[in-house]
Design a protein around this ligand. Structure first.
Ligand code: COA
Length: 322
């Protein structure tokens, strides 16, 4: 049995910050940000009531409603995030409690922007093994709390949000998937962000915000994502044009157009919300999938190729039948 997505949901914080707004609090401009990234605005949590958990639960409830599944029917909850509210309990356990999903096993996955794909692949493997039948998968981030707001080259890129899907074990759905990691490249996108409470080790005062070598990340993305897609297509014997939509991690519109060019495909096959949402890391692919689904663009039998890349370094892709 494979993972078939039967419902989607998403949640963005109420407040959005435009590039023009950012240019009032730092030395930047809409022209610089938009021309280099395609981003015009991003949603940011703006009150203590908006947390990683609340975004995740809102997206989950929307996905459960769309799927017609009750929380008690879930036997697995996976949350992909690098910005959980607590170290423990996991966000997945907190979601389980909030939903009352009393029969579900729940845990988090840390694979940065590839996290949703890693979680989807994990659910698919659980389904193939017969261990579970009904899963909730959430990608959620409140990266705004781990970003260095004095580093204009990174802070303008990211946004907060959550996307969720409900997957059911089925004869159809996931066709093939691929994923990988290269820890030797970990330094180009890194967030230490943890004070050390050990009595023998000085903690220092560095808060350890997210830092990035943007050009190296760009090069990695435009090489790795097309490689991933090509190898997945080769594995399945499909042509690039057989895919209805490519739902890529929304990091930067220039990365998306470069990938479309490399694959010799029209940009219309690459829906995008990066202009409105920025890079929401693990949440970006499920938010986009929810938007495309709710806009009525998907028909039964459509072939979707999801692919992403991120810190770790990590990358992955999944080809599935809608
Ligand atoms: N506003 C205005 N100027 C800015 C700026 C900002 N927000 N951020 C950086 N600059 C300046 C730099 O200081 C630099 O100025 P200098 O030439 O006087 O030193 C100049 O713009 C060029 O900076 P550079 O870093 O070379 O820009 P770039 O063309 O490489 O674009 C990124 C930077 C981050 C947009 C680009 O590298 C990128 O998109 N990388 C991928 C990042 C990504 O996707 N990360 C997430 C992965 S999951």
């Amino acid at each position: 049995m494979r993972a078939k997505i039967i419902g989607t949901g998403s949640c963005l914080p109420d407040r959005s910050a435009t590039n023009d707004y950012l240019s009032t609090i730092m030395d930047t401009s809409d022209q610089w940000i938009h021309s280099r990234t395609g981003i015009h605005k991003r949603h940011l949590v703006s009150s203590e009531e908006e947390t990683t958990l609340t975004l995740a639960v809102n997206a989950a409830n929307a996905a459960l409603e769309d799927a017609g599944i009750l929380p008690a029917q879930l036997d697995l909850i996976l949350v992909a995030t690098v910005s959980s509210d607590f170290i423990t309990p996991s966000t997945a356990c907190m979601v389980q409690k909030a939903l009352g999903a009393c029969h579900a096993t729940a845990f988090d996955i840390n694979a940065a922007c590839s996290g949703f794909l890693f979680a989807l692949n994990t659910v698919d493997a659980y389904f193939q093994s017969g261990a579970c039948q009904t899963a909730l998968i959430i990608g959620v981030e409140t990266l705004s709390k781990i970003i260095d707001w004095s580093d204009r080259s990174t802070c303008v890129l990211f946004g907060d949000g959550a996307g969720a899907v409900v997957a059911k074990a089925s004869e159809e759905g996931m066709v093939a998937s691929i994923q990988g990691s290269d820890g030797t490249g970990g330094d180009i996108l890194i967030c230490k962000n943890r004070t050390n409470n050990n009595p023998y080790i000085a903690t220092g005062t560095d808060p350890g915000y997210l830092s990035m070598n943007g050009q190296e990340v760009f090069k990695f993305a435009v090489k790795k994502v097309p490689e991933c897609i090509q190898s997945l297509l080769a594995q399945t014997g499909l042509c690039a044009s057989d895919v209805t939509y490519y739902l890529l991690h929304q990091a930067n519109y220039r990365i998306i157009t470069s990938i479309a060019r490399k694959l010799k495909l029209p940009i219309e096959k690459f829906p995008s919300n990066v202009e409105r949402c920025g890079n929401t890391s693990a949440a970006s692919i499920p938010i986009l999938l929810d938007e495309v689904h709710k806009e009525g663009k998907l028909s039964e039998g459509d072939i979707l190729l999801l692919s992403g890349f991120g810190a770790g370094l990590t990358w992955g892709a999944a080809l599935l039948k809608w």
